[in-house]
Write a protein that binds this ligand. Structure first.
Ligand code: NAD
Ligand code: DAU
Length: 348
């Protein structure tokens, strides 16, 4: 297969390519990425020269550029990761989320159906549990939970999911959708909770917890997500949606305390010293309280289950950020500083 992986220079896309390019020499992988602030080609250094890998810079919001990329690279499968992905940025400036996540997905779908016609090719759409909105103390998201997005980010992902399903029902485009919970692991841009807290704890900076820190997220190690996507691409049923989750529900404040413990252990310090850096700051507007995924469909139908536990995955992740200072220094240049200033200054 010729597989176009959009957003392959971002966090999950790069982990996906690093895992699959060496393993599947029979497939050719085309990484189509705009290279926004969230992308980093150095994350792909290990596969950059692989004979079954090509990088192509592409803005999916540009319809004619997408058409040309389909002509040039002739994919028969698209695994669509590319998106603006950070909720706080979608509150600060939603337009890019509409352009990349909605228009960008639409452009890819249109080029795919033009090239493949009916019942040919495969469009795999990588989506999020945030489309389902917020849970109370009980219950879990299943595949037919009603959509109820809260942020411009999740609304844009919900719109893109609807377009993908519409292209299947109306035009017969073969599609599959996965909705996954919070990923953690190496190569995540340090604007998200786990890398922000790990790096701040290591540097003795304040640990900015939104609201009271009682919001709950379900955490999944990134390569477990990538393996699940590959299972669905290769064995899932066309037209189906699969929820992916880690069954690891943790309150944000407890995540931060675990990070303090792991960083303290690494640095030979006392965890209470790092916990004293916890600072409660102004809450995120429209902040979803709790996410929990029921992943029994993918477990039952495709035999997927996560390989990492919360304990093994978190330790590996925290150590990765503390060991890979070169990667960190590189991504924390220019744009990163602007964001940190904008998001956290005067938040309290
Ligand atoms: P990320 O922000 O780390 O990376 C996104 C990548 O997409 C970047 O390389 C960026 O350059 C690229 N991109 C953005 N706009 C583009 C455009 N217009 N054209 C081409 N490329 C563009 O994101 P991530 O965390 O790796 O998330 C990847 C996908 O997985 C997203 O669709 C996201 O909604 C979904 N998802 C993420 C999580 C999570 O916890 N991170 C969980 C579930 C689903
Ligand atoms: O659930 C899947 C989603 O997970 C993905 O679709 C998104 O792309 C991804 O960014 C992630 O969204 P979240 O908003 O859940 O992730 P984030 O890391 O931004 O925040 C996790 C929780 O931690 C959330 O409740 C907000 C809180 N938080 C976050 C940051 C950055 C803080 O308390 N302080 C912070 O500094």
């Amino acid at each position: 297969m010729r597989i176009m992986v959009t957003g392959g220079a971002g966090f999950i896309g790069a982990n996906f390519l690093n895992l699959l390019v060496p393993r599947h020499e029979e497939h050719h992988f085309i990484n189509a990425d705009k290279l926004t602030y969230a992308a980093n080609l150095s994350s792909l250094a290990g596969i950059a020269d692989a004979p079954n890998y090509t990088f192509a810079q592409l803005d999916i919001a540009d319809a004619s550029a997408v058409e040309e990329a389909f002509e040039e690279h002739a994919p028969d499968c698209v695994v669509h990761f590319a998106a603006e992905s950070h909720v706080d940025r979608s509150i600060e400036g939603p337009r890019a989320f509409i352009e990349s996540n909605i228009i960008g997905t639409f452009n890819l779908l249109e080029s795919a159906r033009k090239r493949w016609g009916k019942d040919n090719g495969l469009f795999h759409h990588v989506s999020t549990d945030e489309v389902y909105g917020s849970l109370g103390d009980t219950g879990m998201f299943v595949e037919d939970t009603r959509y109820d997005p809260s942020s411009p980010y999740s609304a844009s992902k919900a719109a893109s999911d609807h377009l993908v399903r519409a292209h299947h029902r109306t035009f017969g485009l073969p599609v599959k959708i996965t909705n996954c919970s919070n990923n953690y692991g190496p190569l995540q841009f340090p604007e998200k909770l786990i890398p922000v807290m790990t790096l701040n704890a290591a540097e003795g900076k304040p640990l900015p917890v939104y609201g009271e820190g009682l919001n709950v997220r379900d955490w999944l190690y990134v390569t477990d997500h990538c393996e699940a996507i590959w299972k669905v691409v290769t064995e899932g049923k066309v037209g189906e949606t699969y929820n992916i989750g880690g069954n690891n529900e943790v309150r944000n404040i407890d995540v931060v305390k675990i990070i303090c413990k792991l960083v303290a252990e690494y640095q030979g310090k006392d965890a209470s010293e790092l916990e004293s850096l916890i600072t409660y700051v102004k809450d995120r507007p429209g902040h979803d309280m709790r996410y929990a995924i029921d992943a029994s469909k993918i477990e039952r139908d495709l035999g997927w289950s996560p390989a990492e536990t919360f304990e093994t995955g978190f330790r590996k992740t925290v150590h990765w950020y503390l060991d890979n200072t070169e990667w960190i220094d590189q991504v924390r240049s220019g744009e990163y500083r602007n964001w940190i200033e904008k998001n956290y200054t005067n938040r309290g």
